[in-house]
Every structure is written in C-alpha cells, then in structure tokens.
Design a protein around this ligand. Structure first.
Ligand SMILES: Nc1ncnc2c1ncn2[C@@H]1O[C@H](COP(=O)(O)OP(=O)(O)OP(=O)(O)O)[C@@H](O)[C@H]1O
Ligand SMILES: [Mg+2]
Length: 235
C-alpha cells in the first residue's frame, strides 16, 4: 500500500470576512479536508458557496480565522502576513480565471513576473523561462506582446507562469469558465501532465469536462461554506 502524503490539511477551519463588523461573512465553516501529493482535486458548489475562499486559503492568500491549516507542511495560522506572502511565492502556482496576463508585456516578461519580487537576476529568470516556453510550445512567441498571441498560446503562458517558481502546488479558479471545449480539454491535458510530474492540483469548477475528467481524483462539494461531500483522502 502506498502512503499518501497530505500536501494540504485543513482541520476545523473557519474563515470570516470583516469579522466582528456589521458586514461579517462566515465564508467557510468547519472545513476538514486533506489533499494528497499528486492529486487533482476539484471544488464544486453554487455561486457564493465559498470555493474561491477555500482556494485562497489553500493558496496562502490568507490564513484561517480559526482552526488549523497546513499547506506544503507549514502551518498557516499565526503566520505573519509577510511570511505568508513569501511562502505563497515559493509554494503556490496560480492559474487565474482570465489568466491575468499583462497584454503590453512580452510572453517571456509575463512568465517571469512571479520571480521579480524574489530578486532573481535577469539571466536566471531567462534560464528558468526558456525550458518552460519550449515545453509549452511558445518559445517562438517569446518576444511577442501578450496581446498579439492566440487564446491557446495565452493559456499556455498562464500555465508556464504558474510553474516558473517550480511550486509543488498548482491552484486554478474556474480555469475553463471562458474556454470552448477544445481549449478546456487542452488545459486539462496540461494539468494531467503536471500531475504526472508530481504536482498537487486543486481547481474550482462546475464544468462536467473537469468534474467528470477521468484524471480528477476527487470532487469536493461545497454548500454554504461547508463541505458536503468528498473532504477526506480515502473517501
Ligand atoms: N473579500 C470579501 N469580503 C467580504 N465577503 C466576501 C469576500 N469575498 C467573498 N465574500 C463572500 O464570501 C462568500 C463566499 O464567496 P466565494 O467568492 O468564496 O464564493 P464562490 O463559491 O467562489 O462563488 P462563485 O462561484 O460566484 O465564484 C460569499 O457570500 C461572498 O459574498
Ligand atoms: Mg469563485
């Protein structure tokens, strides 16, 4: 039997926005959830159920309001914000819903963006970007402005950028929401290869193309801030 190492482990997690104020929102309630290394997990639930909040918590955007949250082996609660930010840059690759690519920057400049706050030299940035651009077939477009490349190329730039720090965990919020089915399939194919490289992947989606994808190891259902199904590795 192989032992699955939890990359993400949330115990009794609650998350409030605007805690103690009139506009307080209790966005996550009693979340118990584990994600093992090498899984592709999908969070599914109605609008406002807490999917993005849960993804942000896993992505070290903020810690839990209460409970314990371990990501990549580090406990997030009580971690000061500046450490959390630094830890996020080392541990998490985000693929944003609209890819958040800056149209006026070149393909290569977009890909190396996450390295800028880390003070990595231009030469090393280039050395890291080259193999990723080759792998995703965008090397020949590296000097093109992002506004001048195709939708599929843009998508691959977003994936390359999420990988530039070689993070163990990749997160994607509704990555197929604005894609046609062939682009969605292409994106899923890329995520499957990343999983085979040992990355742990968590997505939010209600797209059947994602939730019913044979390589998605689990679908976790969220309703009104609570996990209604699928939270534990063994379930
Ligand atoms: N920054 C914030 N401040 C206050 N409330 C927030 C904030 N972000 C989200 N919320 C609230 O928290 C709840 C969960 O929001 P969240 O964005 O996690 O839902 P979601 O499941 O991702 O929804 P959608 O499918 O529409 O993207 C919602 O009621 C939302 O209004
Ligand atoms: Mg959302």
């Amino acid at each position: 039997m192989t032992i699955k190492i939890p990359q993400i482990e949330l115990s009794e997690v609650h998350k409030f926005y605007n805690q103690g104020q009139d506009n307080e929102v209790h966005a996550l309630k009693e979340i118990n959830l584990q994600v093992a290394e090498g899984e592709i997990v999908c969070l599914r639930g109605p609008s406002g159920s807490g999917k993005t909040t849960l993804l942000c918590l896993m992505g070290c955007v903020f810690g839990p309001s209460s409970g314990r949250a371990a990501v990549g082996g580090q406990q997030l609660q009580r971690m000061p914000d500046e450490y959390l930010t630094r830890y996020r840059r080392e541990t998490i690759g985000f693929i944003f819903q609209h890819f958040n690519i800056l149209p006026e920057l070149s393909v290569e400049q977009n890909i190396v963006l996450p390295l800028l706050p880390l003070g990595i030299s231009p030469k090393e940035r280039q050395q890291r970007a080259e193999p990723l651009m080759e792998r995703f077939g965008i090397e020949h477009r590296k000097l093109f402005k992002a506004s001048q490349i195709s939708g599929g190329e843009l998508q691959r730039v977003a994936i390359a950028r999420a990988l530039i720090n070689n993070p163990p965990i990749i997160l994607a919020d509704e990555p197929t929401a604005h894609l046609d089915s062939s682009r969605s399939n292409e994106l899923m194919d890329h995520l499957v290869t990343l999983r085979r490289d040992g990355k742990t992947i968590v997505l939010t989606s209600h797209d059947p193309l994602v939730t019913e994808h044979p390589e998605v190891t689990r679908v976790i259902d969220i309703q009104d801030g609570r996990i209604s199904c699928g939270g534990s590795i063994c379930s």
